[in-house]
Design a protein around this ligand. Structure first.
Ligand code: PMP
Length: 362
């Protein structure tokens, strides 16, 4: 966080903390360090604030966005939309977001509160059909004067902003924390575990770390069951075409951002809804982190990877640094049944008895 006065909310995008997950590490029997890059601290509540700001500012510099004329239209699973709506509110652009039906009401409410217009689209529509969030955005662009899609699935500023901010922030935090007898550290980022949607985060962070810091760093991509982003393709057959509840990760096509340089991801793991949501609960109850569903996927993906050959070696080596990227916060999902059932589940009966006793009239 900047110690100076900021010009506007866009100055509070990114610059998020790296936080030790010591209790989770102990529960998993890890000797390595488990660290979390906590992105809900960013001003709009997610890692996607970074790309929204970067894509809009780049388009302004290139003269593609004209104040008072341009209409920013973007297909998104919500978080990029919130970042864009925030930037458009500040800069004075009209903003239209196309959002698949499965995405939470909280995201739609945040978008509308920021002044964006929201068009819901059928979740089951294939990405290249005219009804999908991408198809509808294209139609709006054709019909609305001044309409422009900055296109997070293709835009080079998506991975680039992670290469210039997210990655270097992680490196700086690790390098500047001294190794001590109590908390040994290799001084390097050894592994990063990261969910993929557009693939911008994993590609950009990978580039930053491999180019300027540690080319041996292992980048682990996490892809939900039902999505087809993982490689080798055989990983994706298990629940082909199945719908999953986790938001923001996985697709039914490979975005250009990801396919342009697939070598940035060293290995992939698949995660299911249930294990992801169970991992969210662990992050809340053990570490006090109010994270969203895809953050649970990152932790549950890491847990799976620690069972692989390479993962076992890392897990048992003191001082190695494994970083999980936790992309957004639970405030995006407060009305979702998976969260409510977890949060409001019955407390242990002894505790309930205790409270009842304490409240009795003397
Ligand atoms: N988690 C959440 C909650 C997201 O909204 C997104 C972005 N769709 C991601 C993870 C994945 O980020 P990326 O698009 O950079 O792969």
């Amino acid at each position: 966080m900047s110690p100076h006065i900021l010009d506007n909310a866009l100055g509070a995008v990114g610059n998020t903390p790296l936080i030790r997950l010591d209790k989770v590490a102990a529960q998993l029997g890890l000797k390595c360090n488990l660290l979390a890059k906590v992105e809900f601290i960013s001003v709009g509540g997610s890692i996607k604030d970074r790309i929204a700001k970067a894509m809009i500012e780049a388009a302004e510099k290139e003269g593609k966005l004209i104040p008072g004329q341009s209409v920013v239209i973007e297909p998104t699973s919500g978080n990029t939309g919130i970042g864009m709506a925030m930037a458009c509110a500040i800069k004075g652009y009209r903003c239209i977001i196309t959002l698949p039906n499965k995405m939470s009401l909280e995201k739609e409410a945040a978008l509308r509160a920021l002044g964006a217009e929201v068009v819901r689209t059928p979740t089951e529509a294939a990405w290249d059909s005219p009804e999908s969030h991408i198809g509808v955005a294209k139609k709006l662009q054709r019909k609305i004067p001044g309409g422009i899609i900055l296109d997070q699935y293709r835009n080079v500023n998506n991975p680039l902003i992670h290469e210039t901010t997210t990655g270097p922030e992680i490196i700086k935090a690790v390098v500047s924390t001294p190794s001590t007898a109590e908390r040994p550290s290799s001084g390097k980022v050894d592994v990063v575990v990261c969910g993929a949607g557009t693939g911008g985060t994993i590609t950009g962070v990978s580039r930053a770390i491999k180019k300027i810091h540690n080319k041996e760093c292992i980048m682990v991509g996490v892809d939900p069951k039902g999505s087809i982003l993982a490689l080798p393709e055989t990983l994706n057959t298990a629940e082909d075409g199945a719908q999953y509840v986790v938001e923001g990760i996985g697709y039914d096509f490979i975005p250009d951002v990801l396919s342009r340089d697939p070598e940035n991801v060293d290995t992939w793991v698949k995660t299911g809804d249930e294990e992801s949501f169970a991992a969210v609960r662990v992050l809340m109850r053990s570490e006090g982190l109010l994270v969203g569903g895809s953050s649970g996927s990152a932790l549950s993906g890491a847990e799976k990877w620690f069972k692989s050959e390479a993962g076992k070696r890392v897990a048992q080596t003191e001082g190695l640094n494994v970083v999980l990227i936790l992309a957004d916060g639970i405030r995006n999902y407060m009305s979702k049944p998976w969260f409510l059932s977890m949060a409001l589940e019955a407390e242990p009966s002894e505790l309930a008895g205790n409270i009842a006793d304490a409240l009795k009239d003397e």
